[in-house]
Ligand binder design. Structure first.
Ligand code: CMP
Length: 138
């Protein structure tokens, strides 16, 4: 069993896609074990995406991620990290496989509806960014 962090981004919340995104995760065997709606500050978004700090899209990405409320989720299941990434599809919705969240629902590479941890290492950083251990249902 593995835990991963997923975020429903401001575009997903704005477009009423919270239920649709969670439905896809749940119907594919992932369990929601923590959930919170919050509005990140620019600084908090910068901290979360610190790994991208030298990328040209960092400023725009962190402005976008602090432009409205998001939903943070911990998802639990067998191979939860890779399963979540498979369900999300490629970062760029134009390159994502049909039937994935980003291909079906996302508008652009930045407004791509969801985030998911890309490795065990990032899950270990990202889950406690939003949740303490007593907030995660075991
Ligand atoms: P995410 O999985 O949240 O991780 C970093 C985010 O940066 C990514 O999804 C995209 O939404 C965003 N992003 C914006 N531009 C790019 C780009 N050119 N390449 C990769 N990610 C990008």
């Amino acid at each position: 069993m593995e835990n991963t962090l997923s975020l429903i981004k401001p575009d997903g919340v704005r477009r009423n896609l919270i239920g649709e995104v969670i439905r896809r995760f749940e119907q594919n065997g992932l369990k929601v074990t923590a959930m919170e709606m919050l509005w990140l500050s620019k600084k908090e978004a910068e901290g979360f995406y610190i790994i991208h700090k030298d990328r040209p899209f960092y400023d725009s990405l962190t402005s976008f991620m602090s432009s409205g409320p998001i939903v943070a989720l911990v998802l639990r299941g067998e191979n939860a990290i890779s399963k979540t990434r498979e369900l999300m599809g490629a970062t760029n919705p134009a390159e994502a496989v049909k039937g994935t969240i980003r291909r079906d629902l996302a508008e652009s590479i930045e407004a791509n509806v969801v985030h998911g941890s890309d490795s065990k290492g990032s899950a270990i950083f990202e889950i406690p960014y939003f949740f303490s251990s007593i907030e995660i249902y075991a």
